[in-house]
Write a protein that binds this ligand. Sequence first.
Ligand code: PEP
Ligand code: MG
Length: 312
Amino acid sequence: RMAALVASWSGPGQTADGRHVSVLANVADGTSARTAMKYPVEGVGLFRTELAFLDRSDAPSVEEQTGLYREVLEAFPGQKVVIRTLDAGSDKPLKFVTQLDEANPALGVRGNRIAGEHPDIRTAQLDAIAAAAQGREPIPWVMAPMIASAAEAAEFAAPVRERGLVAGVMVEVPAAAILAEAILAEVDFVSIGTNDLTQYTMAADRMSAELAALTDPWQPAVLALIARVARAGQEVDKPVGVCGEAAADPLLACVLVGLGVTSLSSAPAAAAAVGARLAQTTTDQCRAAADAALATSDPAAARAAATAALES
Ligand code: PEP
Ligand code: MG
């Protein structure tokens, strides 16, 4: 029966009692955005802009970037699109900015931190996003990766807002989750990157197959940080999304909604399963599943507790 529900689910995302939760796609370029549009998604929750430039040795011009961003915006006319500024470094080195001799690249000059040495690169990117967004409704949301402090969030938000765009940051460093209230005071929205938040919370490399039991987003320590951020968002009525692959797991999606997360973005092929599952689940059941998972101390117990809560 669930398979038929998944096959026929066409959005928009909502719980059984009608609470809206945007189900969104993660994309990398115009081609992947046009493919994503064929799935039942309501827009783009994460446009990973760095992926288009992985093989480049020189920085792309403003014109070239404008064309790329416009292509993605045009694939989703009238819909929400969240563009992330370059997340260069670590698992995604960009030759024109990344220092290749860093001892610990995951803890190095990664993501928004490249703007310290290369302010021109971020300026060019924001100019290109603003040019691509000219006259578009709704206004694209722009967020920075690897934000660790409220000061960084404020420093990023200023030039984004100057260009008439909506400013947010990713929460993927535990410090940003712990000080979520201070971060949220500086921006219009946040999006939790559970891939990196799990990596940094558990001190376990997300690329290591050997450490897969640790890099599991069902780790209750990770859920506790997500709960903290979602609560802080509810207090000030600002959106708190999840854009890591945790959002592709239908059971975990129910838990995330129960924690107070307002949008779910992942590989678009996961959208129908997530949407169909949410449509079968009330907000109260989501909350019960979230509470049950939070009360455990390991991922297997968290999964079992969430499953049991949804069945009762
Ligand atoms: C994340 O870290 O969860 C995320 C969405 O960003 P990326 O996977 O691109 O690092
Ligand atoms: Mg990340």
